[in-house]
Structures are given as C-alpha cells and as structure tokens.
Write a protein that binds this ligand. Structure first.
Ligand SMILES: Cc1ncc(COP(=O)(O)O)c(C=O)c1O
Length: 434
C-alpha cells in the first residue's frame, strides 16, 4: 500500500513536470501576472497525498501547520481558517467576547482603520455592530501614521485594525505603543505582509492579534485559507471557539475528553454533566480550514524565505529601473522597515500629461497585469455609503489612490527578464507621452 502511494506520488511529480514545462518568456505575449501561487512538484504531491489519505476535514496537517506557522511567525498560537477575511472576522469578533469582561468591545464602540485598503479589513467592524473610524493614509508608503491614528482616538474608541499596506509595514511600534497608552486593542491585518519586518521585528507580532491570507495572490498559497495569530492564550481560546461553532470544548474533532472532565461541567442553564463537546459559550461560526489546505500550506512554508527574498529582489529591480522616471510617484518602504512586498505600487501624478487609465491600458495591452490598491477609498463604495462611521480629517490621499494609483507584480514567479520588460514598458510609455 505504501509502495503504491509512493509510486503514485512519483507519478504526480512527473505529471507536474510535464504539465508545467518551462516556457520561454515572449515579451508582449506571455502574461506577466501581478500575483499568483508558486507551486512546485512537492506542493502538488503534498496536496495529492492528503487527498489519497482522504484527509478532507481539519486534522493532523492542520494542527501541524498551525504549530509550524506560529513558530515561524513568532506567536504562541495560530488558528487556520478558510480565508483571510474569516481570520479578520474572527480577530475582531474575539474582542467582543464576554471572556474579556469589561475590556470587551460592545456595539457602538469605535475601531480605527484606514479608508484605503481591502474591504474585509473593515467589514468585521460593521458585522460586529461596531463603528469604523476612517483615517487617511500617506502617498508613497500607502500606510497611515501613528499621528493620524492618535488624532482619531475618541471617548468610545476601543481598538485599531490596520493592514500593512501591500507588504509595507505601518509604524507598528508607535501604533502599538499608542494602543497601549489608550488601552486599545491592536489587530494587524498581516494578510499581505508575511515576512515583513519593522524595527527588527516581524509584522504580526505587535498587536494582540494578527491575520494572514493564503489565497494564491499571497506570500503562501493554500487555494483558499487564512490564519489568526496571537500571543495571548485567552484570545486564542476565544478565536478557536468562535471558529469552531462557538463551542466551549477545545478537543479537536475526532478527539474526546482531553480535559478528563467531559461529563463534569455545569454551564449556563444546562444540566450538570452535559457533554462538554456540545456546550456553546460563544455565538460562533464554522470558519475552519481543511487538511487539504494545510498539507499544501506545510509544503509551501518550506519556501517562505526564498519567496520573501524573491519579492524583495523583484521590488528592488523595479524600483532601481524606474528611479528617474518623471510623473510617477514611486513606492517607499516605511522608515525602519524591511517589507516583504506584495506588489509594486505607483501613483500617477495628477498633473502628468497622461492618465492612469492610459498607462494601465498600455501595460495591460502588453500583457502586464495591473491591480488597484484594492477598494481605494472604501467610503465611496455603495456598500459603505450610509453605514455608521466616523471620518477623521480629509481622505485626500485615499481619493488620490482611488483615482491615480495602481500596482504591478513582484511575486516570486516573475523573472528578471519579465521585470525588465515591465520597466522598459513604463519607461517607453512615459517617454512617448511625457
Ligand atoms: C489586506 C487584506 N486583508 C484581507 C484580505 C482577505 O483575504 P482572503 O482573500 O483570503 O479572504 C486580503 C485579500 O487579498 C487583503 O489584501
């Protein structure tokens, strides 16, 4: 049986080599994706092996991934989820838990966030009956600042949730300190920034909670998938409970009576001894991942250092190549940071003799994929108009981002040749239009 499996997996590796032969790069014909999963024959074999073992729910690989990833990210606990958006939902929802006593967030409490970013950083605030407080970001780093956050703190402000923009760390030390001084929770949306460093410390280790996405555009790919990380064991249990239907018991599916008190609890208005497996202490969800995802994640994790290095290399090559191009605002790493970049972000000067649309069209016609800084100014989207919110100051830069900004890829599958073609294309366009 084992031999048969080894043979099958060997065939899978061969299949991988045949299915994905190295193809030469043809400028203007080969698609240069802005992002994508980088999957090798071992990743494919890991996924198929999990399928051969029929590990279709969360199990041993999920647990192994959680502990390996927590160690790698320097947090005590990691909880695998079915997406980064679910991870954000869990992180914010955890702050509303009764377990936190007086510190818990209650409906109407405020959570500071940025206007320009991804919707599901913000949505859990509204989904929990909390009020988002939007602040603007800077052009160049595309992050907000501790100063802007400080200005937004009001009497009902209880938490901050901000993403490290496109992998570029926000001022995490300063914002964590501010949170500390004002007794606010800090959640880092680290979905786009795995491996980024600020003040010599990994992003995702500054707040009480941080989140990661494993959607293929991200640093590690599981198909769909995400993770909540924390150094706080109380919050970890709340996250787990909320993720796993709201149950109070922490036995893994398939395990029972790890606490040796399974039939000894009395909680709520339940009869004494009610099976702890079916006692629910939170109004929860089911947002678990599966072992198929985790098996792929474990295999991908082995590549993390090389992936982050490639992202940094590609970003640097673009940055150096475009250094002196007029009419474009080039990205800047936040001072004291070493970003593990998600993309290379550019803002077209509003006074430029060409528009963003013209430049983007030109690049797309050359098969160079472009993306926006996600939603741009979220408050302008139909979903958020009329929602409870507070806006602090003008959202001028978020508006500029909505109108003038886009990004191109730096993900590890991009070769020097591809990056050089992107540089040449942008230079050609600006020279001809400038
Ligand atoms: C900053 C940020 N947060 C959250 C998410 C959501 O992750 P997912 O697509 O896994 O739900 C994304 C997705 O790209 C993101 O960029």
């Amino acid at each position: 049986m084992l031999d048969r499996k080894a043979l099958l997996l060997d065939e899978v590796r061969k299949y991988h080599r045949e299915a994905q032969p190295d193809r030469p790069f043809v400028p203007g014909v080969t698609e240069i994706w802005p992002s994508g999963a980088v999957l090798d024959e071992n990743d494919r074999a890991a996924l198929v092996e999990a399928a051969l073992d029929m590990r279709i729910a969360a199990g041993i690989s999920s647990r192994r991934f959680e502990s390996a990833f927590a160690r790698r990210m320097k947090r005590r606990k990691a909880h695998l989820t079915n997406s980064g958006s679910s991870a954000n939902l869990l992180a914010v929802s955890a702050l509303t838990s009764h377990v936190l006593g007086d510190r818990r967030l209650r409906p109407g409490d405020e959570v500071i966030t940025v206007a320009a970013g991804f919707p599901t950083t913000v949505n859990p605030i509204l989904q929990n009956g909390l009020i988002p407080v939007f602040v603007d970001v800077e052009l160049g780093t595309y992050n907000t600042t501790a100063e802007r956050v400080a200005q937004a703190i009001g009497p009902r402000t209880r938490a901050i949730i901000v993403a490290h923009a496109l992998g570029n760390p926000f001022q995490a030390t300063e914002i964590a300190q501010l949170a500390d001084e004002h007794d606010l929770f800090l959640i880092e949306d680290n979905c786009d920034a795995v491996g980024s460093v600020y003040d010599g410390r990994l992003t995702g280790t500054f707040g009480q909670l941080s989140t990661v996405s494993f959607y293929p555009a991200h640093h590690l790919a599981m198909g769909e998938g995400g993770c909540v990380l924390t150094g706080d064991l109380v919050l970890a249990r709340v996250v787990e409970s909320l993720r796993d239907w709201g149950r109070d018991c922490w036995c893994e599916p398939g395990e029972s009576n790890k606490c040796l008190k399974r039939f000894d609890y009395q909680m709520g208005n339940l009869p004494a001894g009610y099976d702890h497996k079916y006692i629910f202490s939170h109004v929860g969800y089911n947002l678990k991942g599966t072992d198929l995802q985790a098996a792929l994640g474990l295999s991908q994790l082995g590549h993390l250092d090389e992936f982050c290095a490639a992202r940094r290399r590609n970003w640097r090559r673009l940055r150096d190549g475009l250094q002196d191009v007029p009419h474009l605002l080039l990205p800047e790493a936040t001072p004291r940071s070493d970003p593990s970049w998600f993309g290379f972000i550019l803002t077209v000067d509003p006074e430029a003799p060409f528009s963003r649309a013209e430049l983007v069209d030109f690049l797309e016609n050359r098969k160079i994929g472009t993306r926006r800084l996600f939603a741009g100014n979220l408050t302008r989207h139909p979903a958020y108009i009329g929602q409870p919110q507070r806006v602090v100051g003008e959202l001028t830069n978020s508006d500029i981002i909505t109108e003038q900004t886009f990004w191109v890829g730096v993900y590890p599958a991009l070769t020097d040749e591809m990056i050089d073609y992107v540089v040449t294309s942008i230079r050609d366009f600006v020279r001809d239009r400038g």
